[in-house]
Design a protein around this ligand. Structure first.
Ligand SMILES: Nc1ncnc2c1ncn2[C@@H]1O[C@H](COP(=O)(O)OP(=O)(O)OP(=O)(O)O)[C@@H](O)[C@H]1O
Ligand SMILES: [Mg+2]
Length: 274
């Protein structure tokens, strides 16, 4: 004889419903900031690594989580080749430049493509947020992959994001994707800290600013969606050079004009949260 299932009360149904998307803050940090943009190649990873270093320079304890499972950048940009230790329960983040770092790239051969389905990505993200021994951090900076896919959804629905920063370049094609990114976070109830205009202009030897990819588009988009416009970062080959050498610009030369932009932004972020 089959047993009749008990009817769930409305209150219990509501409780279960809310549990489905209950958000877990990352253990070991006060705040989690996601660096995002729906568009690829606009400078998210460069921004995330330099911002993490700028926050450290103003005296905060910082973690850097590379959430780009298919195309991790943190191992290269931070020059990390060692593998994280594990006690069978938790993974130890790798300490570099006084920043606690974690990336799928620490665990795999960098040239091996990750051929994973969505649920595997979700489970990797959960491991990185719940099973890493992050210690006493003020902020974890999350370098997001491009797009509006599984990683963004997992972070927004199941893990607490305290603020998202959206990076764009000024081209129309980038801005179209950025608008999609803004709408996604708004829909998922994630607070957007603001927009950053990366590769905003090129400063010539003549001291003039050249707007190679167009002018003012990111600021206009911020106004259109009533978001804060955080800063503009010029095009500078040194960003790529130092990133490729495994020591981002802010660490290599904290007096550089671009490093100062990052440090000012870091102060702003500290003021907002701490
Ligand atoms: N302000 C800048 N000036 C010059 N080069 C830059 C700047 N910002 C980023 N770059 C370069 O642009 C390229 C793409 O940057 P990055 O990898 O940070 O982008 P991304 O948005 O993280 O890309 P993906 O979507 O693939 O993760 C890199 O070679 C980087 O060095
Ligand atoms: Mg990247």
């Amino acid at each position: 004889m089959s047993e009749k299932k008990p009817e769930l009360s409305d209150a219990m149904k509501r409780k279960l419903e809310s549990k489905k998307f209950s958000k877990n803050p990352i253990l070991g940090t006060k705040f989690t900031i996601a660096i995002s943009s729906a568009k690829g190649g606009v400078g998210k990873s460069s921004f995330a690594t330099n911002l993490a270093l700028a926050l450290k320079k103003i005296g905060l304890k910082i973690g850097l989580l590379d959430a780009d499972i298919y195309g991790p950048s943190v191992p290269k940009m931070f020059g990390i080749t060692e593998k994280p230790k594990s006690d069978g329960q938790k993974l130890e983040p790798i300490l570099k430049y006084d920043i606690q770092c974690m990336s799928i790239g620490f665990l795999t051969d960098q040239q091996t493509p990750m051929i994973w389905r969505g649920p595997m990505v979700t489970s990797a993200i959960k491991t990185f947020t719940q099973k890493v021994n992050w210690q006493n951090l003020d902020f974890i900076i999350v370098d997001m992959p491009p797009g509006t896919g599984d990683t963004q959804l997992t972070f927004s629905q199941e893990i607490k994001i305290d603020g998202a920063i959206i990076i764009s370049t000024p081209q129309e094609v980038a801005l179209l994707d950025v608008k999609r990114g803004i709408k996604m976070f708004d829909k998922l109830g994630v607070k957007i800290l603001g927009l950053v205009d990366n590769m905003s202009y090129f400063l010539g030897d003549d001291g003039k600013k050249y707007n190679i990819f167009g002018k003012g588009g990111v600021k206009k988009t911020a106004e259109e969606f009533k978001k804060e416009f955080l800063c503009e970062i010029p095009i500078n080959p040194e960003i790529g050079k130092f990133g490729d050498e495994g020591k981002p610009l802010v660490e290599a030369n904290s007096d550089h004009e671009i490093s100062k932009i990052y440090i000012n932004l870091a102060r702003k972020i500290k003021e907002i949260y701490l």
